[in-house]
Design a protein around this ligand. Structure first.
Ligand code: IPE
Ligand code: IPE
Ligand code: MG
Length: 261
């Protein structure tokens, strides 16, 4: 009974808060989900409980972004540097990714979410790789929000990989070095085909990029919040989007109002 009720509630749409301008919703939001460990420590819980709570925050954020008209959500789930954490935490995370993906796939299908995993996936456990391949292909033609989960992702490693792939094509005589421009380079990144993020959110008060989307964030607006990721909720997302809508994006140019002589 309570389970059925919970399911019904989870399918309710969240209306766009009136404070937001529907014409200026960011097309692509990227998020560095940080602070799970601190959230758990504040409660006297093991760090991994923070990761479990972080999954709920991610589901919440995906649903809100989808309902509010964000076209793509890219979330940093595991960095190439996160392998240096204690073995138990790393294996807990890998098992958590497997369980959550298996459990949520039907829901993603129902919501028309197109999920992709960005990163060096070959280093992930084979069971997780299989689930990723299945979820990616099953949701590939869905026409809802693009949900990109960065798993074993590192910005530098992504750039090196792109350079190597281009060099390979040159070495094979298929590519003229003079034909390598920004678009050609971007096409070799994990994010190929996705527009760059308009807004980057980082939680937990940290003020750094931590090797996330080094190329793609070139002109993203940055919203930093002290909220710990497991506490990231509708109010926190609204605050981020209001902050974004208050920005003047110039992309190196000047605003029309400033162009007058
Ligand atoms: C982010 O939370 C999740 C991952 C990096 C997997 P952290 O685990 O980094 O939490 P803090 O920064 O230690 O609080
Ligand atoms: C960034 O958080 C990586 C993810 C959110 C997956 P970290 O907690 O790993 O970053 P640092 O170590 O504080 O820079
Ligand atoms: Mg952290």
């Amino acid at each position: 009974m309570s389970r059925a009720l919970a399911t019904d509630l989870s399918t309710d749409r969240h209306p766009l808060p009136p404070a937001l301008d529907p014409a200026r919703i960011p097309a692509h939001v990227a998020v560095i989900m940080d602070g799970n460990g601190r959230w758990a420590r504040q409660r006297g819980l093991p760090r991994v409980m923070g990761h479990r709570a972080g999954v709920e925050a991610l589901k919440r954020t995906l649903r809100l972004c989808s309902d509010w008209g964000v076209g793509a959500l890219t979330a940093y789930a595991f960095s190439t540097e996160n392998w240096t954490r204690p073995g138990e935490e790393v294996s807990f995370l890998m098992t958590l990714f497997e369980r959550v993906l298996a459990r949520e796939l039907e829901g993603l299908m129902k919501e028309q979410v197109r999920i992709r995993f960005l990163g060096d996936l070959e280093q992930l456990p084979s069971g997780l790789q299989a689930l990723i391949a299945d979820a990616t292909s099953r949701t590939a033609t869905n026409h809802g929000i693009h949900f990109n989960v960065c798993t074993n992702y590192g910005g530098r490693s992504e750039l090196v990989r792109a350079a190597r792939r281009l060099a390979q094509q040159v070495a094979e005589g298929q590519l003229d070095p003079a034909a390598i421009d920004e678009a050609r380079f971007a096409a070799e990144l994990f994010t190929a085909g996705e527009a760059d993020p308009d807004l980057l959110i980082r939680t937990s008060g940290e003020q750094r990029i931590s090797n996330f989307l080094l190329w793609q964030l070139a002109y993203a607006e940055i919203h930093l919040t002290d909220v710990l990721w497991p506490d990231f909720d509708e109010g926190a997302l609204l605050a981020a989007l209001l902050d974004y809508q208050g920005r003047q994006r110039r992309f190196g140019g000047i605003l029309p109002a400033d162009a007058a002589p």
